[in-house]
Ligand binder design. Structure first.
Ligand SMILES: [Zn+2]
Length: 342
């Protein structure tokens, strides 16, 4: 199934079917459901009795195999660390998880062995006499060796094989890979179906959460089910207090949280403050527009600019082991200082 906000993207795809490119590059923001869309596309290409308009039937043997993760004409190439993201992953490939794998940190890269492993698949020909489909996700995880192997394949694509590459970071792909693919941009979901879907998932204040996630519904869902939500609300309330922000309480309450998480909240808040100051509309926290307006009116522009640089510097070292409590105290003290004495 695709998500309700993807129906336009899906019907646009119809025009491609008459002359299907051998490689398709789906790209767009993280958290909008590109992987699921790509899987649905793969299933529709393999389905043996597709319903109109090119929908997989969900009934035929090909659809059955696909949903169980063992269609012989389908291969998904993912980094080890992401095994589990696919529709049917509880079944797929668990058997060959040998002992050595258990002690290793799973790789976040797509490695050359995985790309070379496809060669066997190509040499075998189609089991069902139809197309074969290779899904690569996320394409930006392909390491440099794997990329050159893949490039060779894309330059001389095996007959009857369709590659679907999926990425949220097209800027990180080699231009040579991009140029071998038909690009398929996936738009940010329209607000209405995304909000409705979130509400269906039981998310309260779904419009506000969606905004906070920058319009990406799956990110919003993750935010809403975040066990740290209460602490986030606390941090946001402190930020909304502007010059009255209690930096020491922030250090005390937030110290157990990962530094990058809190920095993320802070950066989004600063972004909205700046937008507010330049008479735009807040992007992440539209529900807090009154507080943003109040804070923005008290900002000292120079100090604000300096503080933003501090935050960016902090982002650069955020993954180093730091004393989170001290980091947060300093940051929130710095934040309090961007306001002119009220
Ligand atoms: Zn089918």
């Amino acid at each position: 199934m695709i998500y309700p906000w993807q129906t336009d993207n899906w019907s646009c795809l119809e025009q491609l079917r008459a002359s299907l490119p051998h490689a398709l590059l789906l790209h767009g923001r993280a958290g909008i459901g590109k992987l699921q869309f790509a899987q649905h596309l793969a299933q529709s290409l393999l389905c043996e009795t597709p319903t109109k308009p090119c929908e997989p039937c969900g009934q035929c043997v090909a659809c059955l195999w696909f949903s169980q993760g063992n269609h012989p004409d389908f291969r998904a190439v993912l980094p080890e660390a992401l095994a589990g993201e696919l529709i049917s992953d509880d079944k797929a490939d668990k058997a060959d998880a040998d002992d050595s794998k258990k002690t290793k940190v799973p790789s976040k890269e797509i490695k050359i062995d995985q790309v070379l492993g496809l060669m066997n698949f190509f040499s075998l020909g189609s089991h069902r006499g139809g197309l074969r489909v290779v899904l690569i996700y996320p394409a930006e995880a392909i390491n440099v060796f794997a990329a050159s192997a893949l490039l060779k394949t894309l330059e001389e694509p095996p007959a009857g094989v369709v590659f679907i590459l999926v990425t949220a970071r097209i800027d990180r792909l080699l231009p040579t890979i991009i140029s071998r693919c038909r690009q398929w941009p996936m738009t940010l979901p329209a607000t209405e179906p995304a909000v409705a879907w979130l509400a269906q998932q039981g998310v309260k204040c779904s419009a506000a959460v969606l905004a906070e996630a920058g319009g990406a519904p799956l990110t919003a869902l993750a935010l809403a089910s975040d066990e740290n939500r209460a602490l986030r609300d606390f941090a946001l309330a402190q930020l909304a207090a502007g010059p009255a922000c209690d930096a020491f309480a922030c250090g005390e309450s937030l110290q157990k949280l990962p530094v990058p998480m809190v920095l993320g909240w802070l950066q989004r808040w600063l972004y909205d403050l700046l937008v507010q100051k330049t008479a735009g509309r807040p992007r992440y926290f539209p529900g807090a527009s009154k507080a943003l307006e109040r804070c923005a009116a008290q900002i000292d522009t120079e100090r604000f600019a300096r503080f933003q640089k501090t935050v960016i510097r902090q982002r650069a070292v955020e993954n180093h082991p730091l004393n989170a409590r001290l980091v947060f105290e300093e940051l929130f003290l710095g934040y309090r200082d961007v306001f002119t004495a009220a």
